[in-house]
Design a protein around this ligand. Sequence first.
Ligand SMILES: [Cu+2]
Length: 265
Amino acid sequence: MFLAMATAYGQAAKAPAKAAPKAAAKADAPATASGPDVAVMGRVSFKGTAPVSKPIAMDSEPSCAAKHTGKVYPETVIVNPNGTLKNVFVYVKTGLEGKTFPAPQTPATLNQVGCVYEPHVLGVVVGQDLKIVNSDATTHNVHALAQVNPDFNIGQRAGAGPIIRIFDKPEATMGIVCNQHPWMKAVAHVISNPYFAVSGADGGFEIKNLPPGTYTLEALHEKYGASTQQVTVVAGKPVAVNFSFSSGQAFVPGSLKTMANVIVP
Ligand SMILES: [Cu+2]
């Protein structure tokens, strides 16, 4: 008992020195814009208990297992150390009606590295190239579980060139899976404007260059679903918006056609 208390005290005594550099990344601390082009910024907080997931058994694919130094976990729910939620897709849902946006010239890229999709969540604009790259020494089978756009299911050998696909219609939460490696999963969100962001390792997101106006933002997460917020963007000053999801909540359907919740446990 005394030992346990002494250990706890020892940890507590060390805590301030360790915690100080992280203070700015606290979930409720105000976000700081990374540049003058940031129109909307915020964080996605997470309430409740982070789900516990089992490490992925990659023994069936030694060439992929060898690319990882530690254990690899499913990325369905990632709660950051500061209590925020990673991989939440935040985009402009309404307020841009009647406007059209040229598809970005640069492709959205989905890489396969060590039998893991990078990134796990990505945004693609209608008409933009989605470039799927195989960086592994094995064959992948890229299967887009599209419901609004045509689905596709394509083998991609080691060393093969990229697969390019273009989506014609908005479609949120499209699962991309691999028929060779059942643990592989990415989530693509296809939207009709270029104003979106994905929450990062501190739960933060930034939407850049959104013109002044009033908009509805929607935040989408593959397990927890949708949450919306109204926001008014003014010139020259980033507006702060925060979202929150919780461990006990049921899946909330979003406004875009969303596929049934594909969960890799
Ligand atoms: Cu694969």
